[in-house]
Design a protein around this ligand. Structure first.
Ligand SMILES: [Zn+2]
Ligand SMILES: [Zn+2]
Length: 260
């Protein structure tokens, strides 16, 4: 399984990019900093996006992606998300005010007459479904809006993306059952002195992360790849993560690439 990190932060600056992961060149997990990390042909090669939740740092570039592929991509872009996230995208993004409703606009490059440029395809939390060769499974996590951890399985194993979450039990129950875990992308957002903000906003500090990882009983030696560091605290967060002394932890950087 190939992972390209297009963005791995909980915000943006000159050196930080909002969350977006590309799997096997064709599936996106979230769509934060998507557009500026990929050429238009690379964007047109994306068949589907699984969106964890509706927060802006995870959906921001969906409208730009839809615009870039019209007239270029010869089939619809499928956006998979839960009903609350689908409703938010329809009401607040593809609403003909912020951006055109690309779910109603045909794509001239697509010869199938009835196809829109974008299809929003809701799934049930906890369900398992196929996107091409990949098997997708989601698990509800702990965040102020509906938010899904995303399990992606191909022939090499399963990658788990926690999405944004505070402390949770659901995720550990499911991840600990996997016998083919290849990588775990896990969130950490705020430094230890901001624990109260982390708790109310459904995020983790390094101390909270260490407490949560006590519930992690993996059957493989999968790396734990940390994302969602808030841009204002990256250096302090890296220091506090290093102080945990956990050799499984790696802090992701934009444009990192992995083969699992
Ligand atoms: Zn976020
Ligand atoms: Zn969020």
């Amino acid at each position: 399984m190939r992972l390209r990190v297009l963005g791995c932060h909980g915000g943006e600056s000159a050196t930080h990019r909002a969350t977006c992961f590309l799997i096997n060149d064709s599936l996106l997990l979230d769509a934060g900093a998507l557009s500026r990390g990929l050429s238009v042909p690379e964007q047109a090669a994306i068949d589907a996006v699984v969106v964890s939740h509706s927060h802006l740092d995870h959906i921001r570039d969906l409208p730009l992606l839809a615009d870039n592929i019209i007239g270029v991509k010869n089939k619809p872009l499928d956006i998979h998300c839960t009903v609350p996230t689908a409703d938010a995208l329809a009401k607040h993004i593809f609403n003909n005010h912020i951006w055109p409703d690309f779910t109603k606009i045909p794509n001239p490059a697509d010869k199938s007459a009835d196809n829109p440029t974008v299809r929003i395809l809701p799934f049930e939390s906890g369900s398992t479904f196929k996107i091409g060769e990949l098997s997708i499974h989601t698990v509800q996590v702990n965040h102020p809006v509906d938010c899904q951890a995303i399990f992606v399985k191909d022939t090499h194993g399963t990658l788990v993306f926690s999405a944004d979450t505070g402390p949770t039990e659901n995720l550990w129950k499911e991840i600990n059952q996997l016998d083919d875990l290849v990588a775990f992308i896990y969130e950490v957002s705020f430094p230890n002195n901001m624990r109260q903000l982390a708790e109310v906003s459904g995020h983790l500090t390094p101390e909270m992360l260490a407490e949560e990882l006590k519930k992690f009983e993996p059957k493989t030696d999968a790396p734990v790849l940390l994302y969602h560091l808030k841009p204002g605290y990256t250096d302090l967060l890296k220091q506090q993560i290093a102080e945990l002394g956990d050799s499984r932890l790696t802090v992701l950087k934009p444009m990192d690439e992995f083969d699992f």
